[in-house]
Design a binder for this molecule. Structure first.
Ligand SMILES: C=C(OP(=O)(O)O)C(=O)O
Ligand SMILES: [Mg+2]
Length: 571
C-alpha cells in the first residue's frame, strides 16, 4: 500500500526514484581487552587504507561536480589520515594496552580534539574539527558501518533525511540526486533555497518521512504541491509520470521568454533578477534569462572549508560573477553568517536563540579584520562591472553608518594605493528586521537602495522560526501585516528617489507577484528557476489592476482573504 505525506513545497518539479536514507550510523564503541594486537593493527591499517581511498574519490568527485573550493575540506581530511602523530599514537595504544583499535581510536580522538580545541591558535583549533570527521570515517570502517557521503552517490536517488545542512546540500551531485525530502525545515531554510538553485525538486517539513520510508523504496516527490508518495501504486506512478511530462512541457514554454524583457501587459518594466550562492550558480542565471543578480549570498564562499577565504579568493569569485553579468546589476551581500548558517572554523559560543543572536552585520562590526578583507575584495571587484554592496540584518541607522564608514575607509586606502574602484558603487541594505521597515523613511535618506528580505522579515514580524515546521503556518507572506511593511519601505524609497527590491522567497511567489507589482516594487530577486514563470505571469498583468488589488489587500484582515482575492483576480 502506498503512503502519502504532505510537506512544504521547497523546490518545484517532480521526481521519481529510489529512496536513499541519509542518516548517521550508530558509532558507539565498546572496550575490548586482551585482544590479538597484531590482528587489531592489521584491521586498523585496512580501515586507514579504505578511508584514504574513499576520501581521494570524494575529493575528485566534489572537484568535478562542485569545484575546487568545495573539495578543499577533503584535502585537509587526507592530511589527518597521513599524520604519523595521530595514526602512530593509535597503533601504539593498541600495542601497549592490548585494546581493540576502535577503542584506541576513540580515546585518542577525544584526547587530540580536547588538546587542539584548548590551544590558543586558531589554525590548531580548526584541526580539531577535521580530526573528529576523519575519526568518524575510520571508526565507521572499523565497526563495519560505512558512512556514505552524499558526494559519493552514483545511482539515481531521492534523499530521505531528518534534515540536510547547507554543507550537505553543497555536496549534492544533481546527476544522481533527483530530489530530497526531509522531516524538518521550511521553504526558506537554506537547504530549500539551495535545492532551488540546484534545480532539484524538494519537499521539506514532512515530520515523518524518515520513519515512513524504507531504504530503496520507490518515492515520488512533487515539489510544486509538497506531496510525497512512498511505494506508489502503478496508477499513482502513471499519474506522476504524466505530471512530470507536463511540467517539462511547461518549462519549454517558459524558456521561450528567456531573451524577452520583463514587462507587464501595459508595458511597465520591472527587473527580474536571480539569487545566487556561488559563482557556479551563474549557469542558472544565464539559462533562465535573469536580468542580473539581486542577491549573492557570499556566506557560501566561507563554508565547506577550514579557514576564512583570503581577500584574493574572494576578489576572484566576486569578479567572476560581476564580469559574467557583463554590466547588468549584481548585488553582493556581505557575510551573513549565523542562524542556520554556521562556519566550522568560527568557534562561537552556543546561543539560546541563534536567529536573534550574534550574526551577520553584528558579527562583522565586531570582527572588523574579517569584514575589511571582504570589503576590500568587493571594492576591487567593483571596477569590473555593475556591482552593488548590500549589508544584511541592519537593525539601526548606527549599524549602517558604521558599516558604511568601514567601507569608505577601505575605499580611500585602495584609491591611495592606486587600485581602481568603481565610481558608481551603490550601497544598500537588506530590510529584514521590522524596526528597519518602520524606520525606512530615515534610512532612505542615507542608503542607495533597499532589498526586502522577507524570509527573515516574516519570521521576525510573526515571531515564528523559519526553520520550524510546527510554526510554519505563521510564515504568512500574504498577511496584511507584511504587505503594509513592504508598502512602507517601497514608498519611503521612492520618496527619496531610491529603489526597492525584494530578495526573500516571496519575490518569486505567484500569489505575491501581482501584489508586489501593484505596490510598486522595482526589482524582484528570486531563485533563478522562478524567473521565467514570473516573466510569463507579469505579461498577463496591468499596473492599474495590480495596484487596485494591492490597495484592497492592504485593508483585508487575514492572509487567506488576501490569497483568495489574488487567486480570483489573477490566477
Ligand atoms: C533573502 C534573505 O536572506 P537569507 O534567506 O539569506 O536569510 C531573507 O532573509 O529574506
Ligand atoms: Mg535574511
Amino acid at each position: 500500500m502506498s503512503k502519502t505525506l504532505t510537506g512544504i513545497a521547497a523546490s518545484a518539479g517532480i521526481a521519481i526514484a529510489k529512496a536513499f536514507r541519509y542518516e548517521e550510523p550508530d558509532l558507539t564503541v565498546e572496550k575490548k581487552t586482551d585482544v590479538d594486537v597484531k590482528s587489531e593493527i592489521q584491521t586498523f591499517d585496512a580501515a586507514l587504507e579504505k578511508s584514504r581511498a574513499e576520501l581521494e574519490d570524494i575529493k575528485t568527485k566534489t572537484m568535478e561536480s562542485m569545484g575546487e573550493e568545495h573539495a578543499e575540506i577533503f584535502s585537509a581530511h587526507l592530511l589527518v589520515l597521513r599524520d604519523p602523530e595521530f595514526v602512530d599514537a593509535i597503533r601504539q595504544k593498541v600495542q601497549d594496552d592490548a585494546v581493540n583499535a576502535s577503542f584506541a581510536l576513540d580515546e585518542l580522538t577525544t584526547q587530540f580534539v580536547t588538546m587542539f580545541e584548548s590551544m590558543d591558535n586558531e589554525y590548531m583549533r580548526e584541526r580539531a574539527a577535521d580530526i573528529r570527521d576523519v575519526s568518524k570515517r575510520l571508526l565507521s570502517h572499523l565497526l563495519g558501518k560505512p558512512i556514505v557521503s552524499l558526494a559519493e552517490l552514483n545511482e539515481e536517488v531521492i534523499i530521505v533525511g531528518e534534515d540536510l545542512t547547507p554543507s550537505d546540500t553543497a555536496q549534492l551531485n544533481k546527476e544522481f540526486v533527483k530530489g530530497f525530502v526531509t522531516n524538518i525545515g521550511g521553504r526558506t531554510s537554506h537547504s530549500a533555497i539551495m535545492a532551488r538553485s540546484l534545480e532539484i525538486p524538494a519537499v521539506v517539513g514532512t515530520k515523518t518521512v524518515t520513519s515512513d520510508t524504507a531504504q530503496h523504496a520507490t518515492v515520488i516527490i512533487d515539489g510544486i504541491s509538497g506531496t510525497v508518495i512512498i511505494d506508489p501504486s502503478p496508477e499513482e506512478l502513471k499519474e506522476y509520470e504524466e505530471k512530470h511530462k507536463q511540467y517539462e512541457e511547461q518549462k519549454k514554454e517558459w524558456a521561450k521568454l528567456k531573451n524577452e524583457p520583463s514587462v507587464s501587459k501595459d508595458g511597465t518594466h520591472v527587473e527580474l533578477v536571480a539569487n545566487i550562492g556561488t559563482p557556479e550558480d551563474l549557469v542558472g542565471v544565464h539559462d533562465n534569462g535573469a536580468e542580473g543578480v539581486g542577491l549573492y549570498r557570499t556566506e557560501f564562499l566561507y563554508m565547506g572549508r577550514d579557514d576564512f577565504p583570503t581577500e584574493e579568493e574572494q576578489y576572484e569569485a566576486y569578479k567572476k560573477v560581476v564580469e559574467s553579468l557583463d554590466g547588468k546589476p549584481v548585488v553582493i551581500r556581505t557575510l551573513d553568517i549565523g542562524g542556520d548558517k554556521e562556519l566550522s572554523y568560527l568557534d562561537l559560543p552556543e546561543e539560546m536563540n541563534p536567529f536573534l543572536g550574534f550574526r551577520a552585520i553584528r558579527l562583522c562590526l565586531e570582527m572588523t579584520d574579517m569584514f575589511r578583507t571582504q570589503l576590500r575584495a568587493l571594492l576591487r571587484a567593483s571596477a569590473f562591472g555593475n556591482l552593488k554592496i548590500m549589508f544584511p540584518m541592519i537593525a539601526t541607522l548606527q549599524e549602517f553608518r558604521e558599516a558604511k564608514a568601514l567601507l569608505e575607509e577601505e575605499k580611500q586606502k585602495l584609491i591611495s594605493e592606486g587600485v581602481e574602484v568603481s565610481e558608481e558603487l551603490e550601497v544598500g541594505i537588506m530590510v529584514e528586521i521590522p524596526s528597519t521597515a518602520v524606520m525606512a523613511p530615515q534610512f532612505a535618506k542615507e542608503v542607495d537602495f533597499f532589498s526586502i528580505g522577507t524570509n527573515d522579515l516574516i519570521q521576525y514580524t510573526m515571531a515564528a522560526d523559519r526553520m520550524n515546521e510546527r510554526v510554519s503556518y505563521l510564515y504568512q507572506p500574504y498577511s496584511p501585516a507584511i504587505l503594509n511593511l513592504v508598502k512602507m519601505v517601497i514608498d519611503a524609497s521612492h520618496k527619496e528617489g531610491k529603489w526597492t527590491g525584494m530578495c526573500g522567497e516571496m519575490a518569486g511567489d505567484e500569489v505575491a507577484i501581482p501584489l508586489l507589482f501593484g505596490l510598486g516594487l522595482d526589482e524582484f530577486s528570486m531563485s533563478a528557476t522562478s524567473v521565467l514563470p514570473a516573466r510569463s505571469q507579469l505579461l498577463q498583468l496591468t499596473k492599474e489592476e495590480a495596484a487596485q488589488v494591492a490597495e484592497q489587500a492592504l485593508t483585508l484582515q487575514t492572509a487567506e482573504e488576501v490569497q483568495d482575492l489574488v487567486e480570483k483576480k489573477f490566477l
